[in-house]
Design a protein around this ligand. Structure first.
Ligand code: ATP
Ligand code: MG
Length: 395
């Protein structure tokens, strides 16, 4: 058994020793049944948060209003949540209040899909009142209870159905698909940040083309920020069927194809981070810089963490089959990695041309030197650079 599950089992047993019930639940159980990698484990318990705080020495109150605490155990975090139902969702955002309950089955009943509503006890025996295992075996995403009611209660679940389809490749149950197309407009009531979280997992899922088809079939695609109002983007998504390496690669690729929506609009409407917006810009510009610019110069400007996205986009856009390891090697062979490694700086340039008045030419010349060094037209030392500059035309 996975060591992570053994640790979780120890936590469950400790809670039981204090006469409470506890179970492993949710995504970890689902992924274990699918023999997919499990990175974190959720535990559900009849104990209240303050009771958990008395059992374990290291407890962080991460979500007390939802009955959730994080237990640190052997350098590992476990989310421990008290059995609950979710009260009314009058504002569609979050339940107004959570109601603690004493029964595991009630806790499982509030969960979104049958595959996510399976618990296992301290002996790893399953408790599966909604036949989630059967649906997992049939590769089927089915809501716990009536899909109309469950999607109206929390419209984010429509996006979660699509997200799980993208990650797992399952089919979405027919009545759930129908409910999505009926209630899709309610997605507008959900905070964009929550939709974004699901969307990032959706575009990177290995079955994204299939999930995208469900988005189209139900017209839920019309309710997505930016994409919903942009026929050209929908057209691109329709014709070019891929899983994307990241959300930045997805946005950059849409813009490479349609060039209509500024990255600042993507950022604002999807509430993307500054970092993601910058990544989109770097990727977009780097892909377009090829082949007019040398690969060395382009790769110099693409940070390591974006190399996979860059490789992916060049394959789509330029049909260039560079491998990641090839690009990595190209990068390692660069004479410098940043401008600060350049053998000359602004001061040196000024000293070289004492008669010229200061101005933007200094920065321009530095950039020219930087490019020449990266492209190995000149060695990265002062003498060679001085000589190169004199031949370069500036006197
Ligand atoms: P992942 O592996 O991506 O984390 P997960 O199944 O653990 O998948 P989470 O978003 O971490 O998904 O949620 C944990 C569990 O909480 C789910 O398995 C599900 O049982 C329940 N859950 C989460 N969001 C909702 C929701 N909007 N409505 C009902 N139940 C939910
Ligand atoms: Mg999870």
């Amino acid at each position: 058994t996975d060591p992570l599950f053994l640790l979780a089992q120890e936590i469950v047993k400790r809670i039981e020793a204090h006469h409470y019930q506890a179970y492993i639940v949710g995504g970890a159980v689902r992924d274990a049944l699918l023999q997919r990698q499990v990175d974190d484990i959720d535990i559900t318990t009849s104990a209240l948060p303050q009771e958990i705080q008395q059992i374990f020495p290291k407890v962080i109150p991460t979500g007390l209003q939802h009955g959730t605490v994080t237990v640190r155990f052997q350098q590992t975090s476990f989310e421990v949540t008290t059995f609950r139902t979710e009260g009314k969702y009058s504002d569609f955002r979050r339940p107004d209040q959570v109601q603690f309950v004493s029964d595991l089955k009630e806790d499982l009943a509030r969960r979104d899909f049958t595959m996510n509503a399976i618990a296992i006890d301290s002996s790893f025996r399953p408790i599966d009142p909604f036949a989630g295992r059967k649906d997992i075996e049939a590769n089927l995403i089915r809501t716990v209870g009536d899909p109309n009611q469950r999607f109206l209660e929390d419209p984010l679940r429509m996006m979660r159905a699509i997200r799980f389809q993208s990650q797992l490749g399952f089919l979405i149950d027919e009545s759930a698909l129908q409910a999505i197309s009926e209630h899709r407009k309610w997605l507008s009531k959900i905070a964009v940040e929550r939709i974004s979280v699901e969307w990032m997992k959706t575009v990177t899922g290995s079955h994204f083309p299939r999930a995208k088809q469900s988005l189209v079939d139900t017209r839920l695609i019309d309710c997505l920020p930016v994409i919903g109002r942009n026929a050209a983007i929908q057209q691109v998504m329709e014709e070019l069927d891929y899983s994307y390496t990241s959300i930045a690669a997805f946005v950059a690729y849409m813009e490479l194809q349609v060039q209509t929506v500024p990255f600042s609009t993507w950022k604002r409407e999807w509430k993307l981070s500054n970092q993601i917006k910058k990544d989109c810009e770097i990727l977009y510009n780097s892909v377009l810089a090829y082949p007019a610019n040398s690969l060395s110069w382009i790769i110099y400007q693409v940070e390591d963490r974006l190399l996979t996205d860059f490789q992916f986009l060049c394959q789509l856009y330029h049909q260039q089959q560079w491998s990641i390891s090839f690009l990595q090697k190209q990068k390692e062979r660069l004479p410098i990695l940043t401008r600060s490694e350049l053998a000359v700086n602004g001061k040196d340039i000024i000293t070289l041309f004492p008669d010229k008045e200061r101005g933007v030419w200094i920065q321009e010349m530095l950039s020219a030197v930087e490019k020449a060094v990266v492209e190995k037209q000149v060695h990265n030392n002062k003498n060679d650079i001085r000589e190169w500059l004199q031949n370069y035309g500036f006197q």
